[in-house]
Design a protein around this ligand. Sequence first.
Ligand SMILES: [Ca+2]
Ligand SMILES: [Ca+2]
Length: 357
Amino acid sequence: MKPVLLFACLTLSATRIGLAHPEHEFMAGLTAPSPATVLLITPPELAEAWKPFAAWKKQIGKPVRILSTRQIAERYEAPDLQEKIRRCIRNHTDHLGTRWIILGGDSRENGTGGVPDRDTLHRTKSGDYDAVPTDIYYLSKKDWDSDNDGIYGEWEDDRESIDYPDGDVGLGRIPVRTAEDVRAYTNKVIAYESGYPGSDFATSMAYTSSVPSALDALQTDWDTHLSKVLKGGLVRHLSSGQQNAKPFNSANWINLINGRESGKIHMHGGGLHHGWLLEDGTVITFSHVAQLRNEGAYPFITTTSCFTGEFDRGEDPSIGESMIRHPKAGAIAIVAPSRDGRQDGTHLSMTRFWEHG
Ligand SMILES: [Ca+2]
Ligand SMILES: [Ca+2]
């Protein structure tokens, strides 16, 4: 989602568009419509570990088909694994009734790793990024490389094959690396879906900010958007400049989560791959995540903080991944920037996420 939502030539022809779903590809894949509404793609070595997750989802009416990247590589024809995965996903969403896609593995730099991302080119005011992980590519009807030069998402050369999701199918990544990660996350999902805390946790939202200039916008967000979605809900703030708020320091952040009072958290301000910047310039890191004791009350977090969602770096984990993977604590899901960007634009995306998501 650019945030990890974050997440051509002009000679593109109808023939090429048609190649996205040739009959032989459909026939080479799984051909029968399936009751599985969820497709989970995993590295082969984690396929077994995902079975309890699939069993739980089946129990609540969302049957899961697990496919390993090896199976996909064998069944689909395409220039590389990412394109095989995209074709597999489109096969499932177009022909097999699949509604949700889970990328059940971590990615690494340069489009490698257990379930690799598709790196695409993005040109921004601060320069060119040629390797922005773009998981929405996997929902695309087209392959993002019209000119066939192996560089995906070039705005001029590939424009005609850049295609965005229409919202009918959901896709997310669970960036796990080990069977232990899968077990820990499965337990959190089962807790979240079987025993979601009631009371304030369900209807309150907490905002943290290390940037005083953002406080008015955060309050406006609540007053004009989120409070209407979370009718009867409460808002909490961690930021020194906010009235009746506690300072945004590590102790208060840990208490916010361990206190199990807000199931929705938005974090505004500076960030790094390994942590969130606090008001005093210190950083919330893995050592703070290790102090969380919020078993059974896992918040959903959005954040504008740059790089906190950089799941594809060789160095691992990012702070977002730490929050997802930590057993019996941390978060159930995070929407976070995988690179840097403009705070106001990212903030708007997150507001819309809460309002419409
Ligand atoms: Ca290209
Ligand atoms: Ca990672």
